[in-house]
Each structure stands twice: as C-alpha cells, then as structure tokens.
Design a protein around this ligand. Sequence first.
Ligand code: ADP
Length: 427
Amino acid sequence: MKRRLTTYFFLIAALGIALSSLFGVWAYRDREISAARQTLVELLDLMDAQNYYTDPEAWAVQLQEAAPDKRLTIIAPDGTVLSDTYGEVTENHADRPEVISALETGWGEAERKSETTGETLLYEAKQFTDGNIGRISMPISSINALFFQGLVGFLVAAAVALVLTLLLARKLAQKTAQPLEEKEEALEQEGEKLQIVRSEFAANVSHELKTPLTSIKGFTDMMNSGMVKDPEDQKRFISMIGVEVDRLIELINDVLKISELESVVMPQPDDRADVLDVAEECRTALEQAAQDGKITVNISGDDAQVAMAPSRLRELLTNLMENGIKYNEPGGRVDVTVKREADKVDIVVKDTGIGIPKESQERVFERFYRVDKGRTRKTGGTGLGLAIVKHIVLLYGGTISLESTPGKGSTFTMTFRPAEESAKAAQ
Ligand code: ADP
C-alpha cells in the first residue's frame, strides 16, 4: 500500500510540476520577446527624438557597433529602401506588413522569415517625423539563445522539485498508510477470530442437534423392531419422541435468533418499549410454567421506557424470567423490578432459585454453556438463552451483571438509557 500511495502522490505532484514548468517556460519566452520588442521601440523613439536624418550614416554605424545582431532599415514612404545596415537592398519594401502598418498608424510590428536574409526576424517599424519609416529587426534566434539559457535554470529547479516531491510523497504515504495498515491488520485478526467463533458455533450446533436426533432414532428403532408391544409403552415412546422434537425446534429457533441478531438487527432511532407493560406480557406468557413449578412471579417499580424494540425486550425478559422459574424450587419467587433514575433505567430480575456457582457466573453468558447438563436435559433449555440476552443488551448499548449465591438465588441487573435520553442524544 505504501508503494502505491507513494506512486500516486508522486504522480499527482509531478504532473503539477510539469504543468507549472510548461506554463512558466511559455510565459518566460513571451516575456523575453516583449522585452526585445520594447528595446527596438525605444531605439526607434530615440532615433526620432535625436533627429537621426541629420546624420543617418552615423546612426547606422553606432547601431551596428552596439548591437551587431540588429538590422536598421530606412524606408521612404513609397517603399524605396534608402539605407540598410545589412547592405545594398534594391527591393521595394512597400508591401511589408510592418511598413504598411507604420504608414497607417505610425507604428508596425511583425514576426516572419526575412526575404532578404532568410532568417526568422522580429520587426518593429516607426514612421519618423520626416515621413520616412525606420525599421529595426532582430533575429528570433538571439531571443531563443537567451531563452534556452533561462530554460536550464527552469529544468534544474523542476528536477530539484521532483526529487523533493518524491521524498515528501514517500513520507506522506508512510504517514497515511501506517494507521490504515494497522487497522487492516487488526481487522484481519478480528476476521481469523470471527471465523473460529463461527466454526466453533457450527460444531456446537451440530453436536446439540445430534443428541435429540440420536434419541429419536433410538426410540423409532425400538418401535420398528416390534419389541415394544404394550400400547402404553408405545404411547410413552411416542411422547418421548415428541419431547425430543420440541427440543430440536427450540434449539433451531434459538440458533435462528442468534444469527438474526448477528446479521440483520439494527437498533432504530424510534424504538421504544414500556418496561412494566412488556414484563406483564411475559408474566402472562409464562403463567402456566410458573404454576407448574409452583413459583410466584411479581412485577413492580417505576414507569419507564427504554429505546428498544418491544419484541427484543420481550425476548430478553422472557429468557430471564423463564430461567428464574426453571432454575427454582417449588414455592420460590421471581421478582422483576424497574427503577427509573434521571439518566438510567435499571431492570432487575431476581429469583430465589438454585443459584449459580461463582466459577460459572461469567460463563453462563457463553453459547451452549450449562451449569448442570443433567438438570437442563430434564427442564429443557438450549444453553443459548443468556447468550441471546447478552447480545440484545449490547445491541442496545446497555449493561448486564449477575450476582448469585448457590442455594439462595440469582439477581440479573440490566441498565439502559431512558428512551427520552436516547432520543435527545440522537438529535
Ligand atoms: P438454558 O437454555 O440452558 O437455560 P441459558 O443460556 O439461559 O440456557 O442459561 C445457561 C445456564 O445458566 C443454564 O443452563 C443454567 O445452568 C444457568 N442459569 C441460567 N439462569 C439461571 C438462574 N436464574 N438460576 C440458576 N441457574 C441459571
């Protein structure tokens, strides 16, 4: 990446340097030509001011000595060449553009190949006060010589600028690329890790599916073999198959929930759930389970709204309250309390159940982790409930903590921002 960035930065800067050099060179040559013309104009003005016609010969000699590359021609208004420092010229000059213009406007100029000398020349012509035309020319080649001298300076400056650009481009590329490369590396590592988590998850799901399927296969094999003759036994086997099928459905539902949470769900800015209302709905849904386990479920506390989709809060509370009922003793309680403070809402689900040993308290939020596999096989449960709970809590920017004493009970405390606070923050 560093090399590519260096090349890009360098090419962009080099293009800038090349364009500005080209423009500079062009402007420089233009300035040289203007300066040369200006000199010719000044010379003609001087000649006129000093009445050249009193001694044209002396002027011609003086000019040739001072500027041998310049040629002075004196032309009569009818085009006859009166004198020329180049030598004897017989050709009529009335058709020369600079002469025509000088006769019309007082001044004329041109750049062309001279028919007399064959060189490309710059011409400047003026109609003097005596009516004759004074014309001075100089070869473009002498301006070009000056220009090429200057061009060397330009090229050296451009070369130095290019070297500096290359050094700067490398530095800049390094500075730009470094944090990106670090991020890329971190992302790559995060991606490797994700892959491991995914394949572990797939392995665990397959393992979890295998257990009920093996049981179902065992029951059906026994029934097929004709060994189970008693109709009562047959009924018992069929209901055991039903239990295993329920377990499979529960597991598949939980796995689907997890993958949905991982890939599809995004918190929406107008998500809102009334905590007491949702807790009440959950209690109704779990009424039968609570009755079967002889557990009392209580809901109390402050009116509060959190910025969550009600279906997600329902999922979360159902999992926690169902666990409170499931991992409890007959006569036990599950208390759901809502506490609204200025900048937070606490939702506490407390039970008087069997509790969770210290060493398992962190791990219960892991996928498929179960403290007592034997008990969960009896009570049902996929080992995914608390993983889903934690996922939802984190998705909505909340926190969850667990306090538990084996034999006494467990307390799950979740904290979220109140819905109004989240709405304010979103604005
Ligand atoms: P499961 O479907 O097995 O209930 P969870 O992820 O909900 O899966 O819980 C993981 C494990 O944590 C359970 O198997 C159980 O051992 C333990 N656990 C969860 N909640 C409680 C609770 N309220 N009291 C005691 N143990 C619990």
